[in-house]
Design a protein around this ligand. Structure first.
Ligand code: 5GP
Length: 188
């Protein structure tokens, strides 16, 4: 199997349930490992350094870019987000399946670098559902929710660039569908 097939990218608008679905996928299939991204946004309550993200200052993030330590990075709602090379390189080499939960520009960059990677776009059932989830989460101000919804619409317009689109109606079914796609790709 081409080692690039060990690379799974999951994107989807904020509130589509990416983190929940990917957590479930990893619970069901513990051999899958998560790539922890770096970001310059502030940690949310309950988020831990090195678990959810590596939380960096702008200066530290830019220094990593300059040193060529980022596999990809993008701006999102005024913050930097990026995948450190160290999260991916060794695992791919070892044939470990690694999942990147990243936005659309980053996903497009990964596909350019690794054409055999599997890109999955997670679609929310609808925009109203998305608004309700974002408001219900209570981690963003009303203004930030609206900004994320605008960004969500832009992102959903890119779904066609992904290898597969999966609608997140129910977490378990969604995680299983992603697993089936991955297994089929890896056994091709
Ligand atoms: P949040 O602030 O909600 O954690 O993440 C905002 C967006 O940034 C999400 O779409 C998330 O998938 C994306 N993101 C997280 N890490 C990365 C990364 O390493 N690279 C890119 N390009 N996007 C990321």
């Amino acid at each position: 199997m081409n080692k690039q097939r060990c690379l799974l990218v999951v994107s989807g608008p904020s509130g589509a349930g990416k983190d929940t679905v990917v957590s479930r996928l990893m619970q069901l299939h513990p051999e899958i490992e998560l790539s922890v991204s770096a970001t310059t946004r502030a940690p949310r309550a309950g988020e831990a350094e090195g678990v959810n993200y590596y939380f960096l200052t702008d200066e530290a993030f830019e220094a990593k870019i300059r040193r060529g330590e980022m596999l990809e990075y993008a701006g999102y709602c005024g913050r930097y987000y990026g995948t450190p090379k160290s999260e991916v390189d060794g695992r791919l080499e070892a044939g470990v399946t690694v999942v990147l939960v990243i936005e659309v520009q980053g996903a497009a960059n990964i596909k350019r670098l690794y054409p055999e990677s599997t890109l999955i776009f997670l679609m929310p059932p609808g925009i109203e559902e998305l608004r309700a989830r974002l408001l219900g989460r209570g981690t963003e101000t009303a203004e930030a929710v609206e900004r994320r919804l605008e960004r969500a619409k832009e992102e959903m317009a890119h779904a066609g660039e992904y290898d597969f689109t999966v609608v997140n109606r129910e977490v378990d079914a969604c995680a299983e569908e992603i697993w089936r796609i991955l297994r089929a790709r890896q056994s091709e």
